[in-house]
Design a protein around this ligand. Structure first.
Ligand code: ZN
Length: 302
C-alpha cells in the first residue's frame, strides 16, 4: 500500500518534470536565425526553420505544411528588413497567435545601392532595404538580444537560462568580430575586392572594409541582364579584381562565366543567406562566418 503511494508520488513528480521539460516551440524563418535561436534557447526550445539549409528565402514559396508549423509555434522569429516578403501572409494564414520577433530591430539599415543596375531590386520598392544585416557581427549581436528578449517574453521562467546563454554567446560573437577584422586586415588592401552573385555582403563590406560587386541586386530574385554581366566583366578586368565567389543559394553558372571571361579566379563557395547542412562547412552562424573568411583570405591573400 505504502509502496503504491510512493510509486504514485514518483509518477506525479516525473510527470511534472516531463511537463516542464516540454521544449518551447519556436519557428525561425531561415536557417541562420534558427541557429541563433538554438544558441540562446538551448534545451528549453525546439526550433523549426521554414527556409532550411542552402535554401533561398528571397524566392521562398511557403507550403500548407509551413502554415501548420507556424500554427503550433509559441514564438516566431523573422529577420525583417523586407527579407521575408511572404511572412505576413503566411502568419495570417496559419492563424498563429504567437508573438513575432523581428530579429533585426535596432539595426541601422543599408539602402539598396541603385548604381548602374537598371533591374536591381526588381519587385522591390524604389528604396528597398538591404536585408542581409547578419553579415555584420555587431548586427548579429542585436539579433541575439532580440531573440533573448522574445524568449523571455513567452517563457519568463527561463529568464536565467536565456540571459546566461545569450551572454556567453555574445562573448563568442565579440571574439568572432575581432577575428573577422584581423583576417581582413591581413589581406593586402588592393586585393580586398570580390565579386558575388547577389548583393548579400553590403553590411560585411561597411563593417570590415572588403569591397563587393554583384551582378544581381540585394534580392537573388532579380535578373542580372547581359548588360550588367558585361559591365562587371569589364570592371573585373579594369580593376584587376582577384576573385569571384560562388554562393550556396545561387546558381554557380553566372559566376563561372564571369570568371572565365574576365580571367578572375573562381574562389570557393561562400554562404550568404543560409547555412550548410549539419556536417557541412557552415552548419552554424559562427562557422558560416569563419568559412567565408577562410575562402576570402585563401583567394585574396597576396
Ligand atoms: Zn540575399
Amino acid at each position: 500500500m505504502r509502496g503504491a503511494r510512493i510509486a504514485a508520488v514518483l509518477l506525479a513528480l516525473a510527470w511534472a518534470a516531463a511537463a516542464r521539460a516540454e521544449p518551447l516551440k519556436v519557428v525561425a524563418s531561415f536557417s541562420i536565425l534558427g541557429d541563433l535561436v538554438r544558441q540562446v534557447g538551448g534545451e528549453r526550445v525546439s526550433v523549426a526553420v521554414l527556409v532550411g539549409p542552402n535554401g533561398d528565402a528571397h524566392g521562398f514559396v511557403p507550403s500548407p505544411g509551413d502554415a501548420r508549423t507556424l500554427s503550433g509555434a509559441r514564438l516566431v522569429v523573422v529577420n525583417g528588413l523586407g527579407f521575408e516578403g511572404w511572412i505576413d501572409r503566411l502568419v495570417k494564414a496559419s492563424g498563429t497567435k504567437a508573438p513575432v520577433v523581428v530579429a533585426s530591430a535596432g539595426v541601422t539599415p543599408i539602402e539598396e545601392a541603385q548604381e548602374g543596375r537598371a533591374h536591381a531590386g526588381h519587385g522591390h520598392e524604389a528604396h528597398a532595404l538591404d536585408p542581409h544585416a547578419w553579415q555584420n557581427v555587431a548586427n548579429a549581436k542585436r539579433y541575439v538580444a532580440s531573440i533573448r528578449d522574445g524568449l523571455i517574453g513567452v517563457d519568463p521562467e527561463g529568464r536565467a537560462t536565456y540571459e546566461a546563454r545569450a551572454s556567453a554567446y555574445l562573448a563568442e560573437l565579440d571574439a568572432l568580430d575581432a577575428e573577422v577584422r584581423r583576417t581582413v586586415a591581413a589581406i593586402p588592401e588592393a586585393r580586398r575586392r570580390v565579386i558575388t552573385t547577389h548583393d548579400a555582403f553590403g553590411y560585411f563590406a561597411r563593417a570590415y572594409g572588403l569591397r563587393f560587386i554583384a551582378p544581381q541586386g540585394v534580392s537573388s530574385q532579380s535578373e542580372a541582364t547581359a548588360r550588367d554581366v558585361a559591365r562587371i566583366i569589364r570592371q573585373v578586368k579594369r580593376d584587376r579584381i582577384p576573385a569571384v565567389f560562388l554562393e550556396n543559394v545561387a546558381d554557380p553558372r553566372l559566376m563561372l562565366q564571369i570568371a572565365r571571361e574576365s580571367g578572375a579566379k573562381a574562389g570557393g563557395r561562400i554562404f550568404s543567406d543560409a547555412l550548410s547542412e549539419p556536417g557541412g562547412p557552415a552548419p552554424t552562424y559562427i562557422e558560416m562566418m569563419r568559412n567565408n573568411l577562410r575562402e576570402f583570405s585563401a583567394a585574396l591573400a597576396g
